[in-house]
Design a binder for this molecule. Structure first.
Ligand code: CA
Ligand code: CA
Ligand code: CA
Ligand code: CA
Length: 377
């Protein structure tokens, strides 16, 4: 699916990996809307908590915990209520099943909308069969005058936020599932490269272009490689792919590639690039089986041939010259917009100053010769 990515890339690598959001989260007032009751019986242990009086911020109740088995079905009772007056609001519950210290949208196990007093809400949920063994958290949030879906890290005037302890058992051991984040990437050591896996378990969301779980591949292009083609075509879900350098600069990205359904494919040139991360994730919260294929175009003999058609200087700040005539040449913006035709000869000087900084292509009329031009300002 196509969506604007306004500001999304600014969030790259800005995620705190090691702790739950607890500061400046939840209510700033102790009165009115508040969770009144939380009950759950686990595979072992149970929680039976009574709310009120309200407190400001996140109520750390992680000392109260239950053990849940992967694949098990459980019932959580929550009374979204009040410690004072009755006002409309919403509520939501998440369990951090993937243990990335974040309550992701795909981890919501129940929502509520209403005006207290109302009956206790019962949420029946199944712990994913592929949940990871270990200690994690459940967060219950009630927000007066709020709207769903709630931001589990949001701050507001009235309501409550409670964190409880959850221990997952009978799940899987994710040891050896490399690639969850940039500190532990899957290393791509040769081309062509094919890797198939499922990101719906043992992978968490670290890349906030979309909240879906993401997988990081790291590739160090050698000087013989000219460009890399990366494809997720044929994958089972709506994918999104990004290429970023070690400083977090976005080199390329794609959502839906031509003739590839909602899957992604892209090509990036490696000249001047050091190592890059190729990041696979889903659009929105999509996840599942995917196949990543990488292939390289190598610097050919033609590339080193001084008689090859070239423009210079390149990059340019305005005008370019050609090293040889190629007949009629067409100038395109990198987005494919046709900008003009020129009859080339050795003395042609093409003035690009009317155009904005960016990438352009000069191509012979028959398409056999193409030169990419970088215009800088
Ligand atoms: Ca999570
Ligand atoms: Ca990840
Ligand atoms: Ca993601
Ligand atoms: Ca897509």
């Amino acid at each position: 699916m196509i969506k604007l990515l306004l500001g999304a890339f600014l969030c790259y690598f800005s995620v705190a990996f090691s702790q739950y959001c607890t500061l400046n989260v939840g209510p700033t007032s102790t009165v009115d809307s508040n969770v009144e009751l939380v009950q759950i019986s686990g595979a072992s242990g149970n929680i039976n908590y009574t709310g009120c009086p309200g407190i400001v911020g996140v109520q750390d109740l992680t000392a109260l915990s239950v053990s849940l088995n992967a694949g098990g079905n459980y019932l959580l009772n929550v009374k979204f209520g009040t410690c004072g007056g009755n006002y409309a609001g919403v509520g939501e519950v998440w369990i951090d099943f993937d243990q990335n210290d974040n309550f992701d949208p795909y981890e919501s196990i129940g929502t509520w909308t209403g005006t207290p007093p109302v009956a206790t809400s019962s949420f029946n949920f199944v712990v994913p069969a592929t949940a990871q063994n270990g200690i994690t958290r459940m967060r219950i949030m009630q927000r007066e005058a709020g709207a769903l879906p709630l931001n589990p890290c949001g701050t507001y005037s009235w309501g409550s936020v409670m964190d409880f302890g959850i221990t997952i058992g009978n799940g899987i051991d994710c040891t050896g599932f490399v690639g969850d984040d940039q500190n532990d990437p899957i290393l791509v050591n040769n081309m062509p490269y094919v890797d198939a896996r499922d990101n719906s378990y043992c992978y968490s969301n670290n890349n906030y272009v979309y909240p879906s779980p993401d997988i990081y591949y790291k590739f160090d292009p050698n000087p013989l490689i000219h460009s890399v083609h990366a494809s997720l075509c044929g994958s089972s879900f709506d994918t999104f792919m990004s290429v970023v350098d070690m400083n977090g600069n976005v080199i390329a990205f794609n959502d839906d590639a031509t003739n590839c359904g909602s899957q992604s494919a892209l090509t990036f040139e490696t000249a001047g690039l050091g190592s890059v991360y190729i990041i696979v994730e889903g659009w929105g919260i999509e996840m599942g089986n995917y196949t990543l294929t990488l292939d390289a175009d190598y610097v050919g003999l033609e590339e080193n041939d001084l008689t090859r058609f070239r423009v210079f200087p390149n990059p340019t700040i305005g005008s370019i010259s050609l090293n040889k005539a190629i007949g009629t040449a067409r100038l395109y913006h990198v987005n494919g917009t046709f900008l003009g035709s020129y009859n080339t000869d050795h003395s042609l000087v093409l003035d690009l100053t009317p155009y904005q900084a960016g990438s352009y292509f000069l191509q012979s009329e028959d398409g056999s010769v193409t030169e990419k031009i970088s215009l800088v300002k």
